[in-house]
Design a protein around this ligand. Structure first.
Ligand code: EPS
Length: 384
């Protein structure tokens, strides 16, 4: 089974991930991981931290001479900013530290529920781990999963559809990554992009923050991945969980998503067609490539809604956890909008979950064996 763990605090020395279950002989290009890390750092609306960090991955196990060798892969992304936090984040006790403790939880953040749960009176002990800084190493994990998927001709891309109320009005069918990357908000619709940039500027001026929606598109998925036979094998449910695990995500849609609730069945379901060249296909793709929790061979289209970041420069009311008095919430350095960055993380999370599902389906500890089974499956589907 493919799985991973992450560790690390936002201002600790580094973030670490261990991936277990990657088959041997997946070609790994470190620079491709770094390019994805760089994309995650980008996007208009990011705060001061991204000017400090130059995220790069260090692979310390499991890869040799450009290939996975089947052993656990360890990934490390250093926090450059740690140098400025070494005393605050010291693992050894530091005297006279009382005054800097975080006592005014931010509404919408993990500060208060995390403080109550773990019994912390200094909520830095919560925010350091709940911070979306952790997503840097999850992107490195996803970038490796993408390299595995690429071996099978599966590509995963993402783009931004909405920031605040500024949104793409027409459906975007083919995503061109060069066009996405050319946009400061990772949005290929120039009219929407202009409104998004203005919305971020306005939010910044008002000491506010903005959320939005991004979409992840996956092409090259064969039919038959995931299963209808048991709840925890449904691929739509698994992808939703993967995306909901991303900090600040409040909703996930597959295909038409919530819009399907308002339409009659005749305008929701995709008619099935067949021809010799394509085999079975759908005349439309409102299902987002998933029926019955199983991939149906069409493009996977999944959207996620991100709430605005809870740190507000003009803070909301909160309560001091010592005095119990009404106060303004704490202000930490933060981003005005991190939706473009979240789109890159979403892409990584979807890629990992798909790599896991693909390996479950095809099995194998060695890429050559997996490719052989993949080809057999393609032949079987063609003949079905
Ligand atoms: C982030 C790093 C963080 C924040 C942001 C995302 O760095 P710092 O807290 O030092 O400024 O910029 O995290 C949050 C918005 C959050 O709420 O935790 C990153 O690397 O993406």
């Amino acid at each position: 089974m493919l799985r991973y763990l992450t560790a690390g605090e936002s201002h600790g020395p580094c973030l670490t991930a261990i991936i277990e279950g990657l088959p041997a002989h997946v070609p790994i290009v470190t620079e491709e991981i770094n390019q994805m890390l760089c994309r995650r750092q980008g996007g208009y609306g990011r705060g001061g931290r991204m000017k400090i960090e130059k995220d790069k991955v260090e692979i310390t196990s499991g890869v040799r001479h450009g290939f996975t060798i089947g052993s656990p892969v360890t990934l490390k992304v250093a926090n450059k900013d740690w140098e400025n936090w070494s005393e605050i984040m010291s693992t050894d006790k530091v005297e006279e530290f009382q005054d800097k403790e975080i006592k005014r939880p931010r509404p919408g953040h993990a500060d208060l529920p995390g403080g109550i749960k773990y019994g912390h009176r200094d909520m830095r002990n919560v925010l350091e781990r709940s911070s979306a800084r952790e997503t840097a190493v999850r992107v490195a994990v996803g970038a490796m999963a993408k390299q595995l998927l690429n071996q099978l001709g599966i590509t995963v891309v993402s783009h931004v559809l909405q920031i605040g109320s500024a949104k793409v009005m027409q459906s975007v069918d083919a995503i061109r990554m060069d066009e996405v990357l050319a946009s400061p908000v990772y949005c290929t619709d120039l009219g929407a992009e202009r409104k998004m940039l203005a919305a971020i500027d306005a939010a910044k001026e008002q000491g506010d923050s903005l959320g939005g929606i991004f979409a992840v598109h996956v092409s090259g998925m064969p039919p038959g991945i995931g299963s209808h036979v048991h709840w925890d094998r449904r691929l739509d449910g698994r992808l939703a969980q993967a995306l909901m695990s991303l900090q600040a995500i409040k909703g996930v849609e597959v295909g038409l998503g919530f819009a399907a609730a308002a339409l009659p069945g005749s305008q929701v379901h995709d008619e099935i067609a067949y021809d010799k060249e394509h085999g079975y296909y759908r005349r439309t793709n409102r299902a987002g490539g998933l029926e019955g929790g199983i991939s149906n061979g069409e493009e996977l289209i999944i959207k996620a809604a991100m709430k605005p970041i809870p740190t507000l420069m003009k803070p909301l009311a909160s309560v001091n956890i010592e005095s119990k008095e009404t106060v303004m919430a704490d202000i930490e350095r933060s981003d005005v909008c991190a939706v473009p960055a979240a789109s890159v993380v979403g892409e990584a999370l979807v890629a990992f979950e798909l790599a896991k599902a693909v390996l479950e389906h095809f099995g194998g500890d060695n890429m050559a064996v997996i490719k052989g089974r993949w080809e057999q499956w393609e032949e079987y589907v063609e003949e079905y």
